[in-house]
Design a protein around this ligand. Sequence first.
Ligand code: GDP
Ligand code: IMO
Ligand code: MG
Length: 422
Amino acid sequence: MAVDVLLGLQWGDEGKGKIVDFLADRYQLVCRFQGGPNAGHTLWIDGKKTVLHTIPSGIFHSHLTNVIGNGVVIDPITLMKEITALEASGNEVRSRLKIAKKAHLILPTHKMLDMASEASKGEAKIGSTLRGIGPCYMDKTGRNGLRIGDILSANFDSKYNALKEKHEHLLRLYPAFDFNLAGEEKLWFEAIQQIRSLDLIDAEYYLADALKSGKNILAEGAQGIMLDIDFGTYPYVTSSNTITSGVCSGLGVPPSCIREVIGVTKAYCTRVGSGPFPSELLDEDGNRIREAGNEFGSTTGRPRRCGWLDLPQLKYAAMITGTTHLAITKLDVLNNFEEIAVAEKYKLEAGDSENIPYDLIDEVKGVSHSQHKGWMRDLASDTYDNLPQEVKQYLKYLEQKLGLPITYISTGPGREELIVRQ
Ligand code: GDP
Ligand code: IMO
Ligand code: MG
């Protein structure tokens, strides 16, 4: 009876969805606790690709329940699209999905505000996914938001209209732009009507009972630690707490329940959107990683910025999250690199540092790297024992530097392309 947590240790897209799907067999519940449809978690099962935005990545397992927690922000249109697409390909969803009544709703005007705010920032834009995430969390903390539970109340429409009116007032501060609000609203209310028939619960009680009766929960993080609202590369972050403590506030479970924290990192590093990225490669190696790793956003299709693994960044993420185990993904993407580099230290005015400074843009003058011999061969169908020596050395080096065991090694997008070291 415990909650294990799975988090992205970088800037998102570490391959969290794949690892959650793999681990799901060990749990009775998988829960999303923060973020919203800015997330895109890709699962390849029996050669078929699914990208989940709001639904937890345990949905393909018949024995378990998936919970969308109170800390998540839900776009009804996206959620219903996801459910419909999963059902159309023969998957049972409704009996496996529960939604916290306290989860907040993304309105069409939240998306408009996101677009207007980003456009107004010009060069300084966050590079948001334009899914309305920031404005929705602003209404949550500003105590104006609408929640899933509200859709069951008789005066829901008037609550909606009051918030929409406030948004329209704010939108007048920005230049006008094209957006089919009436069309979006129609879809939004249709989706709300469908959500009324889903299992809407007091998730904190439900999860407390589950824990009491001995069930194990996997909390599935979205985004990554460097996008955390408090500890990420502010202001180039998302609007929720992506760190371990986000699980407690995003599900209503006490910190004492938390057992393992599985930190997921790629064998290199990517970032989509704006903001500092000290180990970014703007050369041919960056392009090679992007091509080999198919590094294009699962939610927006944008090319991801690519770079080498960044040890100060990973150490920081492991420290803040209390990571107990590492999962390293996309090792196969480096198959054809003769040399692999890792950023070991940041060059600051005052000298080299293994710590992340307050302002990564102004204070980091560069990084110093260590070099590692590549393995130059395919890793498909390897077990740990017959992995090339160079891979083992690379992994050992990371384990030593980070002081953490690498328990999961992913060598391809498929569910079975994973080596587990117990
Ligand atoms: P998430 O948001 O953390 O769940 O990650 P995304 O799904 O956005 O991005 C990860 C991408 O890498 C997806 O396209 C996955 O199918 C893919 N992927 C995951 N693990 C591996 C791996 O070990 N090797 C390769 N080549 N692709 C992987
Ligand atoms: P998953 O769960 C990668 C990034 C956006 C932008 C910043 C703020 O798939 O790993 P937002 O829409 O949240 O206001 O955007 O955060 N971002 C992600 N990058 N993976 C994600 O999710 C992301 N969710 C948001 O690109 O830079
Ligand atoms: Mg993703």
